[in-house]
Design a binder for this molecule. Structure first.
Ligand SMILES: Cc1cc2nc3c(=O)[nH]c(=O)nc-3n(C[C@H](O)[C@H](O)[C@H](O)COP(=O)(O)O)c2cc1C
Length: 210
């Protein structure tokens, strides 16, 4: 089949998110200026560059209780956030943290998670997460939005510091099979990285002699 995205696709659910997979999940801790901690998952998320390390998160729509989603509002207000990696073992806690609760509800407590301080920013890290990226706001980008009364907004973050739990390092390399990072597919589907293989990049000579 082919469909123009400006016209009905005729399928029971929008297939778009299943066509760009798997998407990593940024489990974001941020802080309201009054000190309230917020935790929420975002899968329109990726790395953009490594020198300097840059990441992006895209916010779609408003908070169910009105206004911007708490994570976006907090990042704009304080300029700081932490991205916590979600291991498969924490999938249920991640799911609790996406519930549409009031602005002042602490999702960490709801999900039964603990925190520990970050080194360089004020929002804390999720203690149970194996990897944390401490970020500062680099740029906010307004994106087109075709839904009425809605927004699409991208935040680019500069990663200032990275924590990697010692147990997930194997001879100095991050062993993702020890983490099984959770990732988002389409619909309500998820996957996790539970197998890894290596491919060396060929040289020009390698590909030209075929
Ligand atoms: C796995 C997962 C990925 C999500 N990704 C996004 C996303 O990329 N952008 C977005 O606006 N909402 C996304 N959501 C929905 C937000 O998590 C949800 O709106 C949440 O209530 C926002 O919380 P906050 O207001 O505390 O930031 C996602 C939810 C789940 C479960």
């Amino acid at each position: 089949m082919f469909y123009k995205t400006s016209e009905p696709h005729g399928l029971p659910h929008d297939p778009f998110k299943s066509c760009v997979v798997p998407r990593p999940i940024a489990w974001v801790t941020s802080m309201h200026p009054d000190g309230t901690i917020n935790l929420a998952p975002y899968s329109f998320f990726n790395a953009l560059a490594s020198d300097p390390p840059l990441v992006m998160i895209s916010f779609n729509g408003y908070h169910a209780h009105g206004g911007e989603k708490d994570t976006l509002a907090n990042i704009k207000a304080t300029g700081e956030f932490v991205i916590n990696m979600v291991p498969l073992a924490l999938k249920d806690a991640m799911n609790v943290s996406t519930a549409n609760v009031a602005h002042d509800v602490d999702e960490l407590a709801l999900a039964g998670l603990a925190t520990e301080p970050a080194e360089l920013v004020r929002p804390p890290r999720v203690r149970e997460a194996p990897i944390h990226l401490e970020c500062v706001l680099q740029q906010e980008v307004e994106l087109p939005c075709t839904l009425p009364d809605s927004i699409n907004r991208m935040v680019i973050g500069h990663v200032l510091g990275v924590h990697i739990r010692d147990e997930v390092l194997n001879e100095g390399l991050v062993d993702l099979t020890r983490i099984k990072p959770l990732a988002r597919l389409g619909y309500m589907e998820y996957t996790a990285v539970d197998g890894v293989f290596v491919m060396r990049r060929p040289s020009e000579a390698d590909v030209m002699k075929r």
